[in-house]
Design a binder for this molecule. Structure first.
Ligand SMILES: Nc1nc2c(ncn2[C@@H]2O[C@H](COP(=O)(O)OP(=O)(O)OP(=O)(O)O)[C@@H](O)[C@H]2O)c(=O)[nH]1
Ligand SMILES: [Mg+2]
Ligand SMILES: [Zn+2]
Length: 314
C-alpha cells in the first residue's frame, strides 16, 4: 500500500501499517509531551527513538500504549520560533500565527532583548505586535518614548493595563487573537500570565506578586503552555516563561539589516553592495541614522548584534 495514502478521517498510515492518530502538543518537557486529540482528550506521550524534541504547537502522529501514548512522527512545521546561542537551541513554539511581545513599564525591559525577539520572529516569518503593559504606572510616558521607534517602523504597539483596566486590554486584544495561535513572550514580570488568566479564566496560570518578581531572578512561569480561547477551540494563547538571554545564531550577520524594518527601509542606497552599515563610507543606513530616521539605540543594537553574529562559530 502507498505510504501517502491518507484516509478521509484524518488518520495516516505509518510506514509499517498501524493507523496513527493526529495530536496537538499542548505542553512539552524534554522527551515527554502532553498531546491533545481532535476530540479534546489529553494524553501523556513520549517520543519514540532519537527524534528531535517536541515543541508546543507541534502536530504529531501518535498511538496509544496503555494509559499513555507514543509519538511516532512530527508533522512538518509551518514555522518555529527559537533562540540559539553557541551551545544550544531553545525552541519557544511551533506553527504560530502571531507573536505578542509583552513588555511592561515596570520592571524595566531590555530593548536589545525586545529587538532580538522581533528579529527571530521576522526570520521565522511570524507576524508580531508589542504589548506595553502596566501603563497605569507613572513611568508610562518615558517607556512610551522608548517604543516610539517601533511604532514608526510599522510595528503595532498596544498599550494596556491588564490588572488595572482588564476590560480595555481584552477589548484591544481579543479581535487580534480570535481564530489564531498566539505566543505571549516577554521578560519575567511583564504580566504575561496575568493576561492569560484574564483571557482564559479557567487557566489559573501562576502569577507572582511584583515585589517578589523584582527581587528575585526566578521566573514564575516555567514551561510554555497552550490555552484555548474559545469552546470551539479555534483560537489559542500560549503562556511562556520570561527569558533573559536571546541568542540569534540562526541569523546570518549579512541578513540582519533586512530583518530590522527601520534599517531594511534604507537598504540599496549604500556605495558598496556588500556594505555592513558600520564603518563604510557613503552608507545609506548610516545616513538615515544621522538624519534621525533610525534611532541611536537601534543603531547601537544593530552594531552589537552584527559583531556577535560575525564571530567564528565552532
Ligand atoms: N501595576 C500593574 N501591575 C500589573 C499589571 N498587570 C500585571 N501586573 C503585575 O505584574 C506582576 C507580574 O505578573 P505575571 O503575570 O506573573 O508576569 P509574567 O510575565 O507571567 O512573569 P514570568 O512568568 O515570570 O515570566 C504581578 O504582580 C501582576 O499583578 C498592570 O496592568 N498594572
Ligand atoms: Mg508567567
Ligand atoms: Zn551601508
Amino acid at each position: 500500500m502507498s505510504r501517502d495514502h491518507r484516509p478521509r478521517d484524518g488518520r495516516a498510515l505509518a510506514a509499517h501499517g498501524p493507523v496513527l492518530d493526529l495530536g496537538l502538543v499542548v505542553g512539552a518537557h524534554g522527551r515527554h509531551a502532553m498531546i491533545e486529540t481532535p476530540e479534546g482528550e489529553r494524553v501523556l506521550c513520549h517520543l519514540r527513538g532519537k527524534k528531535s524534541e517536541l515543541v508546543v504547537g507541534d502536530r504529531v502522529r501518535w498511538q496509544r500504549a496503555g494509559d499513555e501514548g507514543v509519538v511516532e512522527q512530527v508533522e512538518p512545521r509551518r514555522n518555529l520560533l527559537f533562540r540559539q546561542d553557541e551551545w544550544r537551541t531553545k525552541s519557544f513554539a511551533a506553527n504560530l500565527d502571531l507573536l505578542v511581545m509583552m513588555v511592561a513599564v515596570e520592571p524595566p525591559f531590555s530593548e536589545s532583548q525586545l529587538t532580538r525577539a522581533l528579529i527571530a520572529a521576522a526570520a521565522a516569518g511570524i507576524p508580531v505586535l508589542i504589548g506595553l503593559n502596566k501603563v497605569d504606572l507613572p513611568a508610562a510616558a518615558t517607556v512610551r518614548q522608548r517604543l516610539a521607534p517601533y511604532l514608526s517602523m510599522g510595528v503595532e504597539v498596544l498599550e494596556m493595563a491588564v490588572k488595572a483596566d482588564p476590560d480595555a486590554a481584552l477589548a484591544l486584544l481579543r479581535p487580534r487573537l480570535e481564530g489564531r495561535t498566539t505566543l505571549i513572550l516577554g521578560p519575567s514580570g511583564a504580566g504575561k500570565s496575568t493576561l492569560i488568566n484574564r483571557l482564559v479564566p479557567a487557566a489559573h496560570a501562576q502569577v507572582r506578586e511584583i515585589s517578589v518578581a523584582l527581587s528575585s531572578g526566578k521566573h514564575t512561569t516555567t514551561t510554555t503552555t497552550w490555552y484555548w480561547l474559545d469552546e470551539a477551540r479555534s483560537g489559542a494563547v500560549l503562556d511562556s516563561p520570561g527569558f533573559q538571554e536571546f541568542g540569534l545564531r540562526q541569523v546570518d550577520a549579512m541578513q540582519l539589516a533586512g530583518l530590522m524594518p527601520d534599517l531594511a527601509a534604507e537598504l540599496g542606497q549604500c556605495r558598496f553592495h556588500n556594505c555592513t552599515h558600520r564603518e563604510e563610507p557613503q552608507c545609506g543606513v548610516r545616513a538615515a541614522m544621522d538624519a534621525g530616521r533610525i534611532s541611536p539605540s537601534r543603531w547601537r543594537i544593530y552594531g552589537e548584534l552584527f559583531a556577535e553574529l560575525s564571530q567564528t562559530r565552532w
